[in-house]
Design a protein. Sequence first.
Length: 333
Amino acid sequence: MSKFKHFLGIDASKEYFDAVVILDGIKEKPVHSQFVNDYKGIKSLYKWLKEQGSTFENTLVCLEHTGMYGKLIIKYLMVYNFSLWVEMSLKIIKSIGIQRGKNDKVDAERIAFYAMKNVEESITYNPPRTEIDKIKNLLSLREKLVDTKSCLLRNAKELKSFDLEVAKFSEKLQKNTIKGIDLDLKNIERQLDNIIKEDENLCRIYKIVTSVIGIGRVTTLFLICYTNEFTMYSTPRQLACYAGVVPFEHTSGKSIRAKPKVHYLANKKLKKQLHMCALSAIKHDPELKLYFNKKVEEGKSKMLVINNVRNKLVHRVCACIRENKIFEKRQVA
């Protein structure tokens, strides 16, 4: 039996957020209000809820993942001790069925109804620590700088095929920019190292994960961020599914017989990182190298075997974290 009597749905945007509360589970009489998306607005929300008899003890708050737009709401509602459920927007949409029309008020009402209907499956939101947010922001900035540098170098290289003089002029102009990007990347790496060194738990996790052959520093940081320090997934298979390294059957009756494939909602960034890790592991880990060669000789597709290696790496990382042990390299006979 759920302890919640009231269900609050919030639809957040940049400037405002709409709030709809279903009182005593009576969905026919939802109460709606709109607030400014800042500290004063959230304070007004708290007072408004109090007037409705909705408190942190009897109310489940549900909102969608909206990136930075929902950060302030989550932060202050947690200060007020509310139970928060931060859910995927696609999951909410698909659970409701066919709907006609939409606006912010209607969306907030649908979120509140979703929370009431699925209260037994609700997952209390566990916010990442400040250190994890810092790592996320630094990784995001690093990725943008790397992409910018690659774009500049690629442009100069392509120009050489058509106009050598213009290419040299372009390289000369870009030289200082690329130097500046390289300097910024070094500073980011330094800051990431400092965050890891100064935090005991992050330092422990970092040492364990990087001990797995093939897993590098950037992939380790991505894993730490996306799993909230390995607290979001209870089994290695769940994490492997999220990372897009578990293929699922796709058949129906006699006519549909597609090859097993990974889900399109998988985390593409993590999947890409794990792909590079798998290639490195096949090269440097004797056990995985032997496994790869054996399966390829048996006629298996190379991409299928590489995906299996990615899956193995995820399971190795999770096993090491679970046992709190450094990975031990196995001897191959």
